[in-house]
Design a protein around this ligand. Structure first.
Ligand SMILES: NC(=O)c1ccc[n+]([C@@H]2O[C@H](COP(=O)([O-])OP(=O)(O)OC[C@H]3O[C@@H](n4cnc5c(N)ncnc54)[C@H](O)[C@@H]3O)[C@@H](O)[C@H]2O)c1
Length: 181
């Protein structure tokens, strides 16, 4: 089990990507804190996880609320003493395009999708930094080192800094010589 006894918070845990991920994390041994504004969906996903032998608590909350994010993370720490994993899948879309979307809908979308993500990271990351954990299993360790190696192989070369002695190579095509004009 890759997440045995890890404590995972999943926002948007009542449906879609969040619910599917929460079920998967629970199957891998994690204890789940499910966050959502949909209480019915939260109850259903938590019940499914418990029925399959896992542990789940529900945290009904609006992810864009600072107070609710702080209280939600506090509740997880109170219950299990730590946070190891955070997945922020709560999100919304009002549809429309920049010429039709109203300002209030734009603001709400950013409050949920962007600020909601920031707030939960902001409160959850403290516990991760203060209580780091070694990888749970040799397979998790080796998949981590494989991922790191893959990133090293696929990372693009760094852009030279402004003070770098080597400028970017020119992309201007060479001038045609007299013989080809
Ligand atoms: N499914 C996809 O293919 C896909 C692709 C790209 C992006 N996305 C985005 O990823 C996010 C999740 O997608 P999904 O398919 O799981 O959507 P979903 O609608 O099934 O799940 C989103 C969950 O977030 C919850 N939520 C919304 N606003 C909230 C708030 N203020 N506070 C707490 N909970 C709130 C909803 O109640 C819902 O349970 C969405 O933002 C979606 O736009 C999805």
């Amino acid at each position: 089990m890759k997440l045995k006894d890890r404590v995972a918070i999943v926002t948007g845990g009542a449906s879609g990507i969040g619910a599917a991920s929460a079920r998967l994390f629970a199957a891998e041994g994690a204890k789940l804190a499910l966050v959502d504004q949909d209480n019915v969906g939260l109850g259903q996903v938590a019940a499914d996880i418990e029925a399959a032998g896992g542990s789940a608590i529900i945290i009904p909350a609006d992810v864009s609320s600072d107070a609710e994010a702080r209280a939600g993370v506090d509740r997880v720490i109170e219950k299990w003493g730590r946070v190891d994993v955070l997945l922020t899948a709560a999100g919304m879309s009002t549809g429309g395009t920049v010429d039709t979307i109203e300002e209030a809908a734009w603001d709400r979308t950013f409050a949920v999708n962007v600020k909601g993500t920031y707030l939960w990271i902001h409160y959850a990351i403290k516990s991760m930094i203060e209580n780091p954990r070694a990888p749970s299993s040799p397979s998790a360790r080796s998949s981590r080192s494989r991922a790191r190696a893959r990133m090293r192989r696929t990372s693009p070369p760094r852009a030279p800094s402004p003070r770098s002695p080597r400028p970017w190579p020119s992309i201007t095509p060479p001038r045609a010589s007299a013989s080809t004009r």
